[in-house]
Design a protein around this ligand. Structure first.
Ligand SMILES: [Zn+2]
Length: 269
């Protein structure tokens, strides 16, 4: 069936043409509707998205401002629990660190104090040892440069409690070590007499002096002149009578001096 046929049958042709137009219109309407739908859908999507975004932004902004406001009013309670816990942990850590630092400083100070005390104790110990050594090993010297003229011991039926040195008149009698003068003066038998306390129970005595050169209570050094040789008291001639007393008991001065590193001149008796 061709156009020619339609042309031949005019009403059918007209009817057909009308239908054709209707179909065309319908298609157009559908296209337009579809386009509208697409556009609408796009708009809706766009609008929806925009609204959602705007809403989200607005909510976020609102939330932020609320938080800020709350934070201003009450910083602690406004913070999320986790943040607060984190903050507490940080504070605890800081506190612990501070405590640890403090403890370390304390320990360091204690160690320093202990070291200082130890050093001081060591110094005191050394000083005590030095003093003990000095007490045990003082600087001793001979009481006279002259020869020994009479020994310690029994003599003429009685006890001779010292050493005699054959000093010439006026020759010095020397303190054998450092000490304090505990007696100066006249003693029957001894004449002009000097006693020196050297500490540790050690005393020395110097008799028959012509002249005493030290005063009571005076401190003397080893080799210091305590008196000048004479012939006072029970004496048969000028000489130095020298005694060593340990806790008040006279001992033989010769071995005692030798024990203390002093070698007196040869005994000529
Ligand atoms: Zn004597």
């Amino acid at each position: 069936m061709g156009i020619h046929d339609l042309s031949d049958k005019h009403p059918d042709r007209e009817s057909s043409s009308r239908r054709l137009r209707a179909v065309e219109r319908l298609r157009r309407i559908r296209r337009e509707r579809h386009t509208r739908r697409l556009v609408t859908a796009g708009l809706v999507t766009a609008i929806t998205t925009g609204v959602v975004l705007a809403t989200a932004c607005g909510q976020a902004a609102e939330a932020r401002s609320e938080r800020a406001a709350e934070a201003l009013n009450s910083p602690q309670t406004a913070w999320p629990v986790e943040t607060v816990l984190d903050e507490i942990a940080v504070q605890r850590e800081a506190a612990r660190s501070a405590v640890e630092v403090g403890a370390a400083a304390e320990a360091e100070k204690r160690a320093l104090d202990e070291a200082e005390a130890e050093v001081q104790a060591e110094a005191e110990r050394e000083a005590a040892e030095a003093a003990a050594y000095e007490a045990a090993h003082p600087h001793w010297v001979t009481p006279s440069d002259d020869e020994i003229s009479s020994d310690f011991g029994e003599r003429w039926g009685r006890m001779h409690e010292g050493l005699d040195f054959a000093n010439e008149p006026g020759e010095p009698n020397l303190a054998i070590g450092d000490g304090t003068v505990t007696f100066t003066g006249w003693v029957s038998g001894y004449g002009n007499f000097v006693v020196i306390d050297h500490g540790g129970g050690i005393e020395t005595a110097y008799g028959h002096a012509d002249e005493i050169l030290v005063n009571l209570g005076e401190d003397v050094d080893p080799g210091e002149k305590v008196s000048l040789t004479g012939n006072t008291g029970h004496s048969t001639g000028p000489h130095l009578h020298f005694e060593v007393r340990i806790h008040g008991v006279p001992v033989d001065p010769l071995p005692w001096l030798e024990d203390h590193g002093v070698v007196p001149p040869e005994n000529d008796t």
